[in-house]
Design a protein around this ligand. Structure first.
Ligand code: WTA
Length: 654
């Protein structure tokens, strides 16, 4: 019989580990949380003084007079790149900052001193050759290579605002993001390698820049050496220009609240939103959560498998690990190539101590290589992390037993692009863990599950909305160019004691011990392989297909991806369809062009109509139930045409 059967089972922290952990037990956790509750500004102000190197000290901890526009550490001056590099040069100059492994097994170790020079040169290149100034926006469309980290830190060093676009997005998606941010420079690469084969990025950038584009210059890093088109006067070779740059570049003196980066993410309307994070508060929490949640020690090697194109890559590959002076591993390849033992081979080889990945990856590695972990020495592992979506108990069990040898804490970290860093998570040396449960708010974070109707704390087992009731340093500062949308998106749904609070968009539930389990999005956002996808965004793409009259997209549970995309499509005319499979392919082609492969539909049902209320609202709940093959229990009498439900259900289920 398996020893992990129910969520109720509790796994106590490893005693040896706890002894030297930063937070050793639940009393210490509670004491920290109590201190924050008692004196919120004192708590954060003390950490900000202790953890960050200030060029000028801050004079005010938090200013919430214009809530939800909140300011942290006003008066303080610092530079985030200097936090990540310069201040380590005394004690860690020869320590590995980044260990890079390429898809094809090529390796690079970059020390803090080398990182310092590389970033300085990159910063000088942007400044001197492209005239990038403080506040300018720079789009980064890069593979997972060290130059992506240099590019981020170079922007931070000169005060430019980077906006990374994940390399899986299409030229249309890239174009929208470039234009929304009015970026004047794009940093890219010719391409990179995946499964031993070259793939391309530069052509996607070329297609994203037209005559009206704000982009003036494109910097191209050579990675796979394939031929690319070259626009004279616009495109420049990094490898050429970098040679003549000075390796010293003064870090720009930045205000605590100067913007650090934008990162576009999906919401419940069609247009992605440019989530803005600012300097001091973000870097403070990135560092503190690295220390508390992963408990990385001076000689540890830490590996997060995310891509720098997502928030996890920002906070937990680059900014957090480097701010604390850790060694961070960057990996270009895919975890199942050449086989599903690749990550475990790397854990053995680099003696990885903390390993952080998404449930989707765990499910794939489990399915494709259940016995692979046993072939490698994984004894260096101390902490395992998951992020991005709920993890199911079978995947958890395999991760815990087969990867972690039943001795590693699994930190199920709950957070989002907007929160900057973890907000609800176990602490590996302190929290008794329940499988697939994010457990408790981190110290300093006033996260609560609220009943949206009353604003009261949700009852045990009842479920409610996952909220944060006080501003925290790394919270989103705005949506680029859209103040109103910022307020409406996050502060419109839940009020506590009459005051708007931050709502994450996720549902959650307390168990009888007060543990928090995240139950998933309450809005029209689906979570495909841990990537957020707005159903409205996918619908908008599908509508560009000339033969599509109407479309509704919902999520459907998927064994590996967590959720897959299910589209119900009403065609303008079905005369032209020789066969449905062909039509599906053409619809997926449109999605590929508009968004990218990450948004391809798993299922497309061609239906005669959609279930709508008399006022025209599509009843997605019904469509979700049909996609899952559930019986329809909802009241359908208010629909404009109740008979459509039966028709759709019959078509889908046959
Ligand atoms: C989901 C990723 C369950 C959630 C860091 C959230 C999770 C969205 C967890 C954010 C978790 C993240 N358990 N669900 N541990 N972590 N999520 O912005 O729905 O890409 O709102 O940030 O992922 O996705 P995002």
């Amino acid at each position: 019989m398996s020893e992990i059967q129910t969520k109720k089972q509790i796994f106590k922290p490893n005693k040896e580990f706890s002894k030297s952990a930063r937070i050793k037990n639940m009393c210490e956790y509670q004491a920290l949380q109590d201190a924050a509750i008692e004196n919120y500004e004192g708590f954060w102000g003390d950490y900000a003084k202790e953890k960050l190197d200030w060029i000028e000290p801050f004079t005010n901890v938090m200013d919430e007079r214009k809530f939800p526009f909140v300011r942290w550490f006003d008066g303080g001056k610092l530079n985030v790149a200097a936090q990540c590099i310069d201040r380590h040069l005394n004690s860690r100059k020869n320590k590995a900052a980044i260990i890079f492994e390429g898809d094809r097994g090529d390796k690079q170790i970059i020390t803090y001193l080398e990182l310092y020079y590389n970033v300085n040169k990159f910063a000088n290149l942007l400044k001197n050759e492209f005239d990038v100034k403080k506040g300018d926006r720079v789009v980064i469309y890069m593979p997972m290579i060290p130059e992506a980290a240099y590019a981020m830190l170079a922007c931070a060093r000169i005060g430019a605002i980077h906006s990374i676009v994940f390399g899986g997005f299409s030229s249309e998606a890239l174009k929208d993001r470039i234009e929304d941010a009015a970026a004047k420079v794009v940093i890219t690469a010719d391409g990179a390698f995946r499964k031993d084969k070259p793939y391309m990025l530069k052509p996607v950038v070329d297609a994203a820049i037209d005559a009206n584009s704000p982009v003036e210059k494109v910097l191209v890093v050579q990675r796979n050496g394939e031929d690319v088109e070259w626009v004279a006067g616009r495109d420049y070779s990094y490898n050429e220009l970098i040679k003549s740059q000075s390796s010293i570049c003064e870090a720009e003196v930045m205000d605590a609240e100067d913007p650090l980066f934008l990162l576009y993410t999906s919401g419940s309307t069609g247009k992605p939103k440019g989530v803005q994070h600012n300097s001091a508060g973000y870097i403070l929490w990135a560092q503190m959560t690295m220390e508390w949640v992963f408990d990385v020690k001076e000689n540890d090697t830490y590996w997060c498998t995310a891509d720098v194109g997502w928030i996890t890559g920002h906070t937990y590959i680059v900014y957090g690990p480097l701010a604390m002076g850790a060694t961070t591993v960057m990996f270009e390849g895919v975890p199942t190539y050449p086989d599903a033992g690749r990550p475990w081979k790397m854990v053995e080889e680099y003696k990885i101590n903390q390993f952080y990945t998404a449930p989707t990856a765990i499910r794939v590695l489990h399915k494709m290589g259940e016995d692979e972990p046993a072939k490698y020495d994984l004894s260096s592992l101390k902490v395992l992390g998951t992020v991005g979506e709920p993890i199911d108990p079978p995947a958890w069990k395999w991760y815990y037993e087969s990867v972690g040898g039943s001795k590693c804490a699994i930190v199920d970290t709950y957070w989002q692009t907007e929160t900057g860093g973890h907000i609800v998570s176990p602490l590996p040396g302190a929290t008794p863990i329940k499988p697939a449960c994010a457990t408790f708010p981190l110290p300093g974070i006033m996260a609560e599950i609220l009943d949206p109707a009353t604003g009261e704390k949700a009852e045990v087992g009842e479920g409610g909305y996952m909220c944060v009731t006080r501003p925290w340093p790394s919270m989103i500062r705005g949506i680029w160019g859209d103040e109103e949308r910022f307020v409406k998106s996050y502060f419109g749904d839940v009020k506590k004691d009459g005051k708007a609070v931050y709502f994450t968009g996720d549902g959650a539930i307390y168990d009888e011990d007060g543990y928090i389990t995240i139950t998933g999005r309450t809005d029209d956002v689906i979570n495909v392989s841990g990537h957020r996808m707005g159903t409205a965004e996918v619908e908008a793409a599908i509508k560009k297909h000339p033969n599509v009259a109407e479309v509704a997209v919902v999520g459907k549970p998927h064994d590996i991806k967590g959720e897959g995309i299910f589209a119900y499509v009403v065609l303008k005319s079905d005369d032209g369809i020789a066969d449905e499979l062909e039509e599906m392919k053409t619809i997926n082609k449109v999605i590929q062009k508009e968004i990218g492969n990450i948004a391809l539909c798993d299922d497309i049902a061609f239906v005669p109509g959609l279930p709508k209320t008399r006022s025209g609202k599509i009843m997605r709940r019904i469509l979700r139930s049909i996609a899952k093959g559930e019986k329809i229990t909802q009241d359908i009498s208010t629909l404009e045409d109740p008979s459509i439900v039966e028709k759709i259900a019959t078509m889908v289920n046959n």
